[in-house]
Design a protein around this ligand. Sequence first.
Ligand SMILES: [Zn+2]
Length: 485
Amino acid sequence: MKIEWIPLSIVAARLAQAHHTGTMEGNGNGLDMRARAKALLKTGCDLGASDIDIRRLAGHAVIEMHIDGTVREYDEITTDYADKLINALYMLTKQQYRPKQSQDGSIAGRDLMGTGLVNVRIARTPIAPVDADAQWLNMRLQAGVQKVPAVDALKGLKRVEPPPGKLDLVSSGWTEKQAELLQTFVLNATGTVIFTGPPGSGKTHVLHRLSEHIARTRPGQRQAFIEQPVETILPHAPQLNILDTLTAKRRRSLCAQNPPRSAYGRQHSGLGEIRDPLVATTWLSAAETGMLMMSTMHTAHPFLAIPRLRDMDPDRLALPIICDPAIICGLVGQRLVPILCDHCALPWDQNDPRLTQIMRNAILTWQRPDWRASDIRRLGPGCPHCAWKGTVRRQVVAEVVDPDETLMADFIQYGPTLARHRYHTRSNADTTMLEKGMGLVFQGRMDPFDVPLKIERIRAWDFLQRERERALKGLETTPLMERGH
Ligand SMILES: [Zn+2]
């Protein structure tokens, strides 16, 4: 095999030439483009496709066909050709193409004559990078008579190329067990994984890595992201920027347009942040139709995502409705914490003037035979090893909760606080972020001063144990009747 390296401009020129000399011969004027748009629809019908997607990206565009629930690449075209094609499709819907806006429409009747289709629903939205006029156009095809495509025709379709590399969460601080659980969550057919944490805690990063993992393991599945704003471009999934392209209504229509159609064609969406009642009820509708989704919320710990959702619409999002492992399949809390420089960190002083007496006492309650206060260190003056920062990097401290039937039943019966404490008495439960943070403190890797700032208030260890014991006793000693049930 010989690899020839040539500039991208030549590739684009060759593609353009191929389109002028290939099957789509012509000069690209309006009437001709209209014929080509109809030819594309006819091809989709002949191939038995349920959808045709045109993804117009920054430097090139692809036409993709959804066949038996799997996305396959049909053709790669130039952005110029894609723009003309999209424009022609909007002419068929009797609308003016407005590239900067999201636009829905349909083609029916005489405009579909000769294609074998009776109806085509079009949804299009700008995607990232918006300044390059990137677009994602989805056409849902409704055929008059369902065709059985010729085997030879399908041979021309290419498998979607999976992203390179492999999933690595452990190097950024996730435990092996957490990485394993997260992968298990995204292998589900349905349900939502909710990532909680303050802004800048790396939620989008892990969402993207998991999305790549899905694309690698199931390359023919359409994934979409709704972000605010889009920061890094994912080549494998359209990203909608909520700030300039998307209203909640639009988000609802995006979910409605991508219901799963078969076991092979599960759709995955990153729904961005759930932060208002409309988005929350939209999310529930999508979740109830059976979509796997990943979403983010700003709550102090992962268990609080449940009451936060309920409070957005106490009727529609009542606990008995949302506390279902098929609706919520994973709860994650995460933080990014600074790791001390090994070379210049200073021993911690038990009279640390930066902390209150309450905090110093609470820290000391965490001592155990292998967790000694003498190992605790604090931020040092900086040195050449840490570029004079005193810290070397930031690491993920997370809690991954597997919301099984028992936990969900506890949410409904006891409420979020007791459900949380009861969950933590399980021997196989992931430890809390505070517990992991205190572990780093007693390894001399994290300054205790950073714990309340980056994770949460340091409570005394025995206080936390007592809370859990009380939560457990709530079940064992109080008969159901006395609790008013
Ligand atoms: Zn240093």
